[in-house]
Design a protein around this ligand. Structure first.
Ligand code: 5RP
Length: 243
């Protein structure tokens, strides 16, 4: 008898959380002007943005988007948001994307949805990046969310060992998990993801450099100095955060 009751509570929480994501997305949409070339993020919050953007497009708003994943591309196509590629349009005005964690300097952990590589390429090709999230994603220090690291499948065990050594040198004792386990998750670029449970990142720049130095590491989910603004929706409204 408790099950349906619990499910209703869960459904209400989910609906509230979707509502917050929608509010953050709508706040960011205010910064989009007709004619913009947009990078379009991946994840459930970015999906709210695509839905709101599609409505504007139906009303005659003219934008062109570069999607950060096949999943986002499919949704944009379904909803009629015009798309191009980064090859055809290598400089973008604005990228709008979600995040798994962000701190007060707008440093991010991304990649929970497995799209970090394209997300970072697209955001870096953009003049500005806006992060949209519910306020629970804001943290004093990054690291409670496991850091996704995208690696090539070749030599996976050796790359993982090299990451473990680099982490130990930096003073971390952190479990490293292959996303998907026995059926590894495959990114849009054909790579795998290692999730590193750092708990608390003490020096994000040093960690970034150490990971990028390892052959086999394609990129990681730390976005440092990339985001310009965040819209964070909470119970008391939407906060606009700048670093
Ligand atoms: C995907 C991402 C997402 O932006 C991040 O995981 C947040 O997702 P959501 O909005 O569903 O919480 O980085 O790679």
């Amino acid at each position: 008898m408790r099950q349906p009751h619990l499910r209703r509570e869960g459904d209400e929480r989910d609906a509230m959380s979707e509502e917050l994501k929608r509010k953050a997305a709508e706040a960011a949409l205010e910064e989009v002007t007709s004619g913009m070339r947009l990078g379009i993020g991946t994840g459930s919050t970015a999906e709210q943005f695509v839905r709101a953007l599609a409505e504007k497009v139906r009303e005659g708003f003219s934008v062109i988007g570069v999607p950060t994943s096949e999943r986002t591309a499919a949704l944009c196509t379904e909803l009629g948001v015009p798309l191009t590629t980064l090859e055809a349009c290598p400089e973008l005005d604005l990228t709008i994307d979600g995040a798994d964690e962000l701190d007060l300097q707008l440093r991010l952990i991304k990649g929970g949805g497995g799209a970090l590589l394209r997300e970072k390429i697209v955001a870096t090709a953009s003049l500005r990046m806006i992060v949209i999230a519910d306020a629970s994603k804001k943290v004093a220090r990054l690291g409670a969310f496991p850091l996704p690291v995208e690696v090539v499948p070749f030599g996976l065990g050796a790359t993982r060992n090299a990451i473990a050594r680099a982490l130990a040198d930096l003073g971390y004792d952190a479990p490293i998990l292959l996303r998907g386990g026995d059926t590894p998750f495959v990114t849009d670029g054909g790579h795998h993801i290692l999730d590193i449970d750092l708990r608390e990142i003490t020096d994000a720049d040093a960690l970034s450099r150490a990971l990028l130095d390892i052959p086999g590491v394609v990129d990681h989910g730390l976005f440092l100095g990339i985001a310009d603004v965040a819209y964070l929706a909470g119970a008391n409204g939407v906060e606009r955060l700048v670093p």
